[in-house]
Design a protein around this ligand. Structure first.
Ligand code: ADP
Length: 191
């Protein structure tokens, strides 16, 4: 199995790239943000609970995140691997992921960290807000809140993975295809 984490700040392009990479390498794309948005749209209990946090740009509590992730992993027992997008977002989630993968006798092979300057992140989110109906993209305070939480809780995870020599920093500025090529160069070496 090949398991990859696409890592980066809000607006770094994780979703776009994760989808392309998953298709190309026949892996299962797993975006916790997308999963929550689906639950919210269907007004499930989990969705209603998650929305209390995501609408403010806060992290959804780990128990809910892990629950949704486990369900999704179990849906794809035949998968040749996963591309995680938006997960893990803190150390506890990373450790839970390790446990889950360990049970499947596999592990994370690479953390591909998309590097994009803050100014560009904010511009991209604002541009996306115009045609997406994501509440968390519409308001500047919420965007800054997400960036702060990323820096405080999520970015330190890079150290966790650096200690395992799994981090590959990728320049996240350029055309979508250019960035996919940069990611593929790393992935091709893993397979
Ligand atoms: P972005 O990375 O652009 O902020 P996502 O689509 O990945 O957006 O996530 C949207 C929201 O869903 C997050 O702001 C957060 O509230 C929630 N969320 C997604 N993944 C996680 C996670 N792993 N842990 C906690 N909350 C999450």
């Amino acid at each position: 199995m090949i398991n990859i984490i696409i890592f980066g700040a809000p607006g770094a392009g994780k979703g776009t790239q994760a989808q392309k990479i998953a298709e190309l390498h026949k892996l299962q794309h797993l975006s916790t943000g997308d999963l929550f948005r689906k639950e919210i749209k269907n007004k499930t209990d989990l969705g209603i609970e998650a929305q209390n946090y995501s609408s403010k740009g806060e992290l959804v509590p780990d128990t809910l995140v892990i629950e949704i992730l486990k369900k999704e992993i179990e849906k794809h027992p035949e998968s040749s691997g996963f591309v995680f997008d938006g997960f893990p977002r803190n150390l506890n989630q990373a450790q839970e992921l390790d446990k889950m993968l360990d049970e499947k006798d596999t592990q994370i092979q690479a953390v591909l960290a998309l590097d994009v300057p803050d100014e560009e992140l904010i511009n991209r989110i604002k541009a996306r807000a115009k045609d997406s109906n994501r509440i968390d993209d519409q308001n500047e305070d919420i965007i800054y809140n997400r960036l702060d939480i990323y820096k405080q809780d999520t970015q330190p995870l890079l150290d966790y993975y650096k200690q395992q020599s799994k981090v590959y920093k990728i320049n996240g500025v350029g055309s979508i295809n250019e960035i996919t090529d940069r990611l593929n160069k790393v992935i091709d070496k893993l397979v």
